[in-house]
Ligand binder design. Structure first.
Ligand SMILES: [Zn+2]
Length: 161
């Protein structure tokens, strides 16, 4: 008879764990400009900062799932999965502090920060997220749902704003 803990230790799926770690590093890097967007938007006014923070928080939910899913699939302990997923968000806080600090220094700093954060997010959206969304899922073309999702996303921001 082996305990659940021993079972998990014996059955760690290393390739899934590695995929989770790669995702964790990619997300931690990607969270930095997102943090800068929050921080620099916060120097414009409180409601802009809040709106950007809210939107980034919402889109971080599927991103956190992208880290947690391969890790827990690889039989990493729940507490550890939770800790590692939270860890990926630290760079958001760091980016927000730096974005706020540069944005407060001067109007040029603010313009630079907003531009850099916007550019990084545009790149992620057009080079990664949209092409990934348009990929066939289980051999099915789901493009119409991608388009509905994009329109829904735009309308959601417009209503909140
Ligand atoms: Zn993101």
């Amino acid at each position: 008879m082996i305990s659940g803990r021993e079972y998990r230790q014996q059955n760690v799926n290393q390739s899934l764990v590695n995929a989770g770690i790669v995702m964790l590093i990619a997300m931690a890097l990607h969270n930095f400009p997102e943090g800068m967007a929050i921080g620099s938007a916060g120097t414009v006014d409180y409601s802009s900062g809040f709106l950007v923070a809210l939107m980034i928080t919402l889109h971080d939910i599927p991103e956190a799932m992208a880290i947690a899913t391969p890790l827990s699939g690889g039989n990493v302990k729940r507490g550890k999965v939770f800790f590692l997923t939270i860890l990926s968000g630290i760079s958001t806080v760091l980016g927000a502090v730096i974005g706020f600090w540069i944005g407060k220094m001067s109007d040029f700093g603010l313009a630079l920060c907003l531009g850099a954060a916007g550019g990084a997010m545009l790149y992620i959206v057009f080079a990664d997220m949209i092409p990934e969304a348009f990929k066939e899922i289980n051999g099915k073309n789901c493009s119409i749902f991608v388009l509905i999702g994009i329109i829904f996303g735009i309308m959601l921001i417009k209503i909140i704003k």
